[in-house]
Design a protein around this ligand. Structure first.
Ligand SMILES: NC(=O)c1ccc[n+]([C@@H]2O[C@H](COP(=O)([O-])OP(=O)(O)OC[C@H]3O[C@@H](n4cnc5c(N)ncnc54)[C@H](OP(=O)(O)O)[C@@H]3O)[C@@H](O)[C@H]2O)c1
Length: 267
């Protein structure tokens, strides 16, 4: 009998990386200072066949990606290729932004992709690099919040500063607590699952404006995506179907419970 494989986490300083520590206490945590995933030599030296890598490093600033496609593709696409090329089993995080968001139905893992933004295109290319090897897994998630820069912290900071809240009300999705995602990833690390699986909070979809009102406890001004005017286009629907995750026994949490608990800790 062989010993358990070594588990390593890239992007360990991010929201998901931080949350994983509670669920995979024996993993090796590599933040950007410990491993720049854009450096193929460093990646090759960091892990290899026999290891399991949770690849959470990414350039997640969607509007920044739109402004600097070269940096987006280096961090989200080429880096995933470097990680996959080591021969380690890779569990890579990806995103609802690989879809165009025009579907009324929740997106299943095999629904046609059609990214609208540089971020989405770069993440899709990263998915393909990872899935080029048979044992690898892509975990698509959406609307992640945890210990880091996220929607709730931005809303609460604006509220504390006395700024009027104008929040997009025509994008639908389901928020995902980094802690819940980390529990699901820990489950998948120890199982022989490959391909693509969707993991988000469970429950009825909502909009960003709904979430802002939960955070501040009073009505906010509901605006359209156009009125908000962000540089990068966003999918109107980020609702990912959770049937495969459920069939695999992946632990999922109701987003409303997790958001309530998170907000209690942030207030
Ligand atoms: N956040 C979301 O709403 C969301 C939604 C869907 C999917 N995802 C995916 O989930 C994963 C984790 O997201 P997250 O919320 O934890 O994002 P995050 O908080 O932005 O964490 C990403 C981490 O990766 C690091 N990183 C960036 N470039 C790197 C490089 N070249 N080498 C090493 N590390 C690098 C970042 O460091 P710096 O801070 O120094 O840049 C950051 O610590 C990503 O794959 C993301 O695409 C996130």
């Amino acid at each position: 009998m062989g010993s358990d494989p070594r588990v390593l986490v890239t992007g360990a300083g991010g929201q998901v990386g931080r949350a994983l520590r509670a669920h995979l206490p024996n993993a090796v945590y590599l933040d950007r200072a410990a491993l720049d995933v854009c450096d193929p030599v460093a990646v090759r030296a960091a892990f290899g066949p026999g290891d399991v890598v949770v690849h959470a490093a990414a350039k997640t600033d969607v509007d920044g990606c739109e402004r600097d496609p070269d940096a987006a593709f280096a961090a989200n696409a080429e880096a995933a290729g470097h990680v996959a090329a080591t021969g380690a089993r890779v569990i890579a995080l990806s995103t609802d932004y690989v879809f165009d968001g025009r579907s009324e139905a929740a997106y299943t893992e095999d629904a046609p992709v059609n990214p609208l933004s540089v971020y989405g295109r770069s993440k899709l290319e990263g998915e393909r690099a990872v899935l080029a090897r048979p044992r690898n897994l892509v975990v698509r998630t959406a609307w992640v919040y945890g210990d880091g820069r996220n929607f709730f912290r931005a809303v609460l900071a604006a509220e504390r500063a006395g700024r009027a809240l104008r929040v997009v009300d025509d994008q639908r999705g389901r928020p995902t607590a980094a802690a819940d995602l980390a529990r699901a990833l820990a489950y998948l690390v120890s199982r022989d699952v490959s391909g693509v699986v969707h993991v988000t909070g469970a429950g009825e979809p909502c909009t960003w404006a709904d979430l802002a009102e939960l955070a501040v406890g009073h009505p906010v001004e509901r605006i359209s995506t156009e009125e908000f005017g962000a540089p990068a286009p966003r999918p109107r629907s980020s609702v990912l179907a959770l049937d495969r995750a459920r069939a695999l026994g992946v632990p999922l949490a109701d987003w409303a419970d997790s958001v309530r608990r998170y907000l209690e800790g942030e207030r």
